[in-house]
Write a protein that binds this ligand. Structure first.
Ligand code: C2E
Ligand code: CA
Ligand code: CA
Length: 735
């Protein structure tokens, strides 16, 4: 059933699908957003990087140009000074030059003459006619060479600066100064792209013009070689280039210097360039991932809340919150869901607890609640695969899966056996159930099945020996019969078809009649006798019993008066009062009128009120008993022992006689019942109430009762109910 209920009331397939679809769409949107963001971010970061490379390149070009200009100015100043002096003392010039060199940190200084002899401040004279940079120096006005390795420089690289010195218009010689290349590039900012970029100052052929400090770096050298081999990557003017070297993509920015044909090339691996972009996009990705998880989590949370709320609502509607099983609503839904082919394999069983009201009254409501819980518990234990519902109050419906009647009985007996075992073991208060069973058939409506099962149950209600009854078609006939009787009643009453039969009550010690009970018999015009067991339930249901009891009392009073007139020794007669009266005490005025008008001694009339009437709260029983007593009549408690009123009820209501129910008398021989009888006899004596045994059929019963002190009896052993004539005979015989 859980499965079915889940399908019916669980999160519907539609909800699940739309939830999954929602999540998927949400997922793809997230991916899309992420992707476009990623691209954007990459673009932005790349543009930013390129921008910053360009900016830094410009700054670096500035720095290098300034360093060069600075050297140029120094050399120019020195040359101009020489021109002004027009000195030809080369030794003095070289000495002055040496001071200047050390002051301004030139690597070397000297004079180049037209014979291409380079006289250094160190006193050395070198023939440089073969050296390109010197040739260029001689040819040009101001000149700065590419980096080269000076003869004594070891690993060092220098740039050569030269200026002509003219005396008049004629160039006398040239001042030459070399300067360490790394010092020219020293001011350059090399921190671009986290220090991963390289700078080259190149000429258009791809030769390095100024070596930086880090020129021995392998990658630098490799790149330098590459650029040297492929000078075509060098643009004609400032611009960018992408190229591949050593399997890696490079980005290069070229910035033209105003010196020679030099460029500043700023070069960086693309992967390094994107490292920042990747870092940022990674951050964005993680952030979005977290956001995504949060949103999905929130969606789940909300959905769970909705689901739980839904479930709660469904529980409220379909579940019995107290017993935690399905209720009548659930039964209806469940019934609709059972596949029709399973119908013949199910027995619809409705049951309730006999006299549950009394049970509650006597043991308290808490015990009553526990009994309900206990029943659910037992069904779960014993018939776990069958379907139990609380239909309403103490009415349960259980759909028992069974192939045939035998299997049903097996299952039902298992439950009943468990009940009686637990009762015997004192685990639960004694109780009985009455169940009506109706096998389900394809095409039956729930209402039909239910009403049939109820009918079946009605046939055994209150019959302790039988706890379940199967529906059969006769029940319907019986029901028809009820309806027939109901419609016949008025006519039968008018036709005087209801007769009073008298069942004498005896004093067992003396064997004498002490009174009689008036019992109704319906003798139809064709002579058939209908017994109260058949018509009383019908008339009680239709409330026609009120008129019948009235008629019976009238007849009894009249007949007593007649017997008295005929000189008979009239005995006390008891008349039954249906519990139906007790619901509205209008009968009391009628009783008063009938008794007084008849002229019968009220003390000779007693009214039997059934014990079970005591539990109906609405009944002003006390009021009724007092009224009848004031009238002078007696009141007997009928069927004592069927109910569960116990001694309390005896003490608190002023009954004159207790009629011990036949079921007790039948139980004589059973030790436990005997002890109950004995204590009841003792109790009644103690309370000063007479006690009468009903339904005495055997001598041993009479003997036992006498032995225990109960002297009054009514039963077939002494006499069955007899017609008025016969009763008169019995009275006559006694006197
Ligand atoms: P009750 O008041 O308990 O009446 C006793 C019933 O037990 C009578 O059944 C009587 O025939 C039966 N009985 C007496 N002695 C024995 C015995 O030794 N063995 C057996 N097996 N039965 C015995 P009856 O007359 O069929 O009445 C059945 C019930 O119908 C009565 O039970 C009473 O509750 C009700 N009843 C009968 N007449 C009237 C009436 O006029 N008005 C009302 N309201 N109820 C009536
Ligand atoms: Ca009675
Ligand atoms: Ca009785």
């Amino acid at each position: 059933m859980e499965e079915l209920i889940k399908n019916e009331f669980g999160m519907s397939k539609g909800v699940k699908i739309s939830f999954a679809a929602g999540l998927t769409i949400f997922f793809f949107i997230s991916i899309f957003v992420y992707y476009s963001l990623y691209n954007n971010i990459e673009e932005i970061v790349t543009a930013q990087t390129i921008n910053s490379i360009t900016n830094i390149s410009e700054l670096n070009v500035d720095a290098v140009s300034r360093a060069i200009a600075n050297r140029k100015t120094l050399l120019e100043a020195f040359a101009i000074n020489l021109e002004r002096k027009q000195s030809k003392d080369y030794d003095a010039i070289l000495r002055e030059m040496e001071t200047y060199r050390t002051t301004y940190d030139f690597y070397s200084m000297g004079i180049l003459d037209e014979d291409m002899i380079f006289s250094l401040t160190t006193g050395e004279k070198i023939d440089v006619s073969e050296l390109v940079q010197f040739q260029n120096a001689w040819r040009n006005e101001f000149y700065i060479s590419d980096s080269y390795m000076p003869a004594d420089g070891g690993e060092k690289r220098v740039n050569l600066f030269s200026y002509p010195v003219r005396y008049g218009n004629e160039c006398q010689y040239r001042v030459i100064a070399t300067y360490l290349s790394k010092n020219l590039t020293e001011r350059m900012n090399i921190r671009v792209v986290n220090g991963k970029g390289y700078y080259y100052i190149l000429d258009t052929d791809g030769d390095v013009a100024i070596y930086p400090r880090y020129y021995k770096d392998e990658n630098y050298l490799g790149l330098m070689e590459y650029v040297n081999d492929t000078p075509e990557i060098i643009p004609d003017e400032t611009g960018n280039r992408y190229f591949q070297y050593n399997g890696e993509n490079y980005y290069a920015h070229f910035e033209q210097l105003d010196i020679n044909d030099w460029y500043l090339m700023t070069c960086v691996k693309e992967t390094d360039m994107f490292a920042d972009a990747d870092k940022i996009t990674y951050g964005v990705f993680v952030g979005m991932g977290l956001l995504w998880l949060m949103i999905v989590g929130a969606m789940f949370f909300v959905l769970m809340l909705v689901y739980q709320f839904q479930k709660k609502m469904q529980r409220a509607v379909f579940y019995d919150s107290f017993l935690k099983i399905g209720n009548g609503e659930m039964l209806s839904v469940f019934f609709q869901k059972i596949p029709k082919e399973k119908f013949p394999k199910m027995a619809f069983t409705i049951f309730d607890i006999d006299k549950f009201k009394e049970f509650n009254y006597v043991h308290g409501e808490e015990t009553g609640d526990n009994l309900l819980k206990y029943i659910v518990h037992v069904f779960r234990d014993e018939l776990p695969d069958d379907y139990l519902f609380r239909y309403r109050a103490d009415n349960f419906v259980v759909l028992i899966v069974c192939e045939d009647k035998t299997e049903f009985i097996q299952k039902m007996e298992k439950v009943l056996q468990r009940f009686s075992d637990d009762i015997d073991a004192g685990l639960i208060q004694s109780f009985d159930i009455s169940a009506g069973v109706r096998r389900m058939r394809d095409g039956d409506s729930l209402q039909r099945i239910m009403s049939d099962a109820l009918l079946a149950k009605g046939t055994i209600k209150g019959i302790q020996v039988q706890q379940y009854a199967f529906y059969d078609e006769n029940f319907r006939a019986k029901k028809m019969n009820f309806m027939e009787m109901e419609s016949d009643f008025s006519r039968a009453l008018k036709n005087k078809e209801f007769h009073v039969y008298y069942q004498p009550k005896f004093d067992m010690e003396t064997g004498k009649i002490v009174g009689a009970e008036a019992l109704a018999r319906w003798i139809k015009c064709d002579g058939t006798i209908v017994y109260p067991g058949e018509f009383i339930p019908c008339f009680e249901a239709s409330r026609q019993i009120i008129m019948l009891d009235e008629a019976m009392l009238e007849a009894v009073c009249r007949q007593m008066k007649e017997m008295e007139a005929d000189g008979l020794n009239v005995k006390k007669v008891s008349v039954n009062l249906s519990r139906v009266h007790l619901k509205h005490s209008g009968i009391l005025q009628k009783i008063e009128r009938i008794v007084t008008e008849s002229g019968v001694n009220p003390g000779m009339i007693s009214f039997e009120i059934t014990e079970s009437a005591l539990y109906e709260d609405s009944i002003p029983l006390r009021h009724i008993v007092d009224f009848l007593h004031r009238l002078g009549c007696k009141v007997d408690m009928d069927d004592y022992g069927i109910g569960v009123s116990g001694p309390n009820a005896l003490a608190s209501n002023q009954f004159d006689v207790i009629k011990l129910d036949k079921s007790f008398i039948d139980g004589i021989g059973n030790r436990r019942i005997e002890s109950v009888i004995r204590s009841t006899i003792f109790l009644s004596k103690d309370l000063g109430i007479d006690i009468l045994a009903e339904g005495v059929e055997e001598k041993y019963q009479a003997d036992s009762l006498l032995k225990w002190g109960c002297t009054l009896a009514q039963g077939y052993y002494y006499s069955p109910p007899v017609p008025e004539e016969q009763y008169r005979e019995m009275l006559k015989k006694e006197s």
